[in-house]
Ligand binder design. Structure first.
Ligand SMILES: *Cc1c(COP(=O)(O)O)cnc(C)c1O
Length: 464
């Protein structure tokens, strides 16, 4: 009897096959040879274990296997995902999707050169912040503004530049934790400013602030309680009261508004999100907010307000560590230009599109998808129904809106297995699993993704 191991091809032979020659055009020789070696070794193990299934030693089959293995190994770890969770600012999915022109601006900045720190008129060096400063002035009525990596960095930098080794007064009702790692006492400690807690969890009066002011005080910090509310017997001073007190004592009033809505989202039923513009109008010296929450731009943190304070912040050595790159700046500028245009331009922001989509349109899409799935296979039950979608991004659960979902069941397949198939097969889909039900929420699925979503569902059903 012939020894089946003898028929195994050599690495050299494998590399000469059409399949691997093709791969060698785009991959390094070492990498391809390693894959060839690995499939041969695996085949040898199988043969020694007595598994001599047809093709185990066949050169074409092994070459194909090596090519597939390479493709899997080199597949990107960051992949596009269809968001069917109904959470619009889903932090795990990259928060706000950006407008087409913001994505294009980031792409052209990435691909080539741009006047990042160059005044095209004079040919001399400029400041990279100039590109967005003018837009911030115009949109927020601010004297000046600057951009760093995120709102956490904006807070650390502001406190460090303006209040290091001095006291910053914060209401005990506003000592927030947001997203697990942004905690006001810790942020304060990192900045070198000293936290002076004022009032109680539910009641802080302006007189509490007044009583806590000493010669050590540098600023009052208001923090928007983005992800919770104190209800019941609760009281907190208005921004105007705090501004007045700060002025009386020569202190700064710094307002961390969190999500930074440049629009009034109340139109769409989302209440209580402070707007940076209003905060400055009420007299805050500086307002801090994120770029990738309700603004709908790239991840960044914006600081706007008095020019003299902004330049002190920009002179801090940490500014260099927190500065944003050219792609972020380009995407942010493009996003701010949409707000500057206003009117119909605003619906080019995916975030606005999502909250604006009429319920009847979502219903039609949900019914279309449910019909398609039921028709596709008799093992699928799919039901379109009304549900609730959320703004997310560290906002309150009450920041919600009506939506339509498709509840999907595949007989003999658990909802967690179905969810796993949807996440891991192409195109990747992140569904919502709620009370043991797998839901596909149409509020966060863009119109251009509907067909892909249908295909993804077919693939997940067929996979069993
Ligand atoms: C989200 C949030 C932050 C943190 O912002 P990042 O941009 O995620 O760093 C800080 N403060 C408030 C009030 C927030 O809501």
């Amino acid at each position: 009897m012939s020894n089946p191991l003898r028929s195994l091809p050599s690495v050299h032979d494998l590399l000469e096959t059409p399949a691997l020659r093709e791969v060698l055009l785009s991959h390094g020789q070492d990498r391809v040879a390693a894959a060839a070696r690995a499939v041969i070794a695996e085949s040898r193990r199988q043969l020694l274990a007595g598994n001599s299934a047809a093709g185990q030693a066949e050169i074409g089959v092994l070459a194909q296997r090596a090519a597939e293995q390479l493709a899997t190994e080199l597949q990107p770890r960051l992949r596009e995902v269809i968001n069917a969770t109904g959470v619009i600012l889903h932090t795990n999915l990259g928060r706000a999707p950006m407008a087409e022109e913001a994505a294009n601006a980031a792409q052209s900045a990435a691909r080539g050169y741009l006047n990042l720190e160059l005044d095209l008129e004079t040919g001399s060096r400029s400041n990279r912040q100039d590109a967005v400063r003018g837009w911030l002035r115009q949109l927020l009525g601010a004297e000046s503004g600057t951009v760093v990596n995120n709102n956490a960095a904006a807070t650390v930098l502001t406190l460090r530049a303006l209040a290091r080794d001095r006291e910053v007064l914060v209401s005990r009702g506003e000592l927030v934790e947001i997203g697990g790692s942004f905690r006001i006492p810790e942020i304060m400690a990192v900045s070198g400013a000293r936290l002076r807690e004022v009032g109680t969890t539910n009641i802080t009066r302006i007189s509490d602030f007044a009583a806590a002011i000493t010669a050590e005080a540098a600023a009052l910090l208001r923090v928007h309680t983005s992800n919770y509310r104190v209800i019941g017997h609760a009281e907190t001073p208005t921004l105007a009261e705090r501004v007045r007190l700060a002025r009386q004592h020569g202190l700064l009033m710094i307002d961390d508004v969190g999500s930074g809505a440049l629009l009034d989202f109340q139109t769409w039923g989302l209440s209580g999100e402070p707007q940076p513009r209003e905060s400055l109008a009420a007299g805050a010296d500086l307002v801090l907010f994120s770029g990738d929450k309700l603004l709908g731009g790239p991840q960044c943190g914006l600081i706007a307000g008095r020019a003299e304070l902004i330049s002190r912040i920009e002179r801090d050595p940490l500014m260099r560590a927190f500065r944003v790159d050219k792609m972020t700046l380009a995407a942010l500028e493009a996003t701010l230009r949409i707000y500057a245009a206003g009117g119909p331009a605003l619906s080019r922001l995916p975030l606005v599109q999502m909250v604006q989509t009429p319920l009847a349109v979502l219903q039609a899409r949900a019914e279309w998808l449910a019909d398609a799935l039921r028709t596709y296979s008799h093992v699928v039950s799919a039901e379109a129904k009304q549900d609730v979608a959320f703004m997310g991004g560290g906002s309150l659960p009450s920041q919600s809106m009506p939506t339509w979902v498709v509840a999907v069941k595949v007989s003999g397949v658990s909802e967690s297995e179905l969810a796993r198939r949807l996440r891991t097969r192409r195109p990747e889909v992140m569904p919502r699993v709620q009370e043991g039900q797998l839901l596909l929420d149409l509020r966060t699925v863009m119109e251009s993704q509907l067909e892909s979503l249908r295909q993804a569902c077919y693939a997940a059903v067929a996979a069993g």
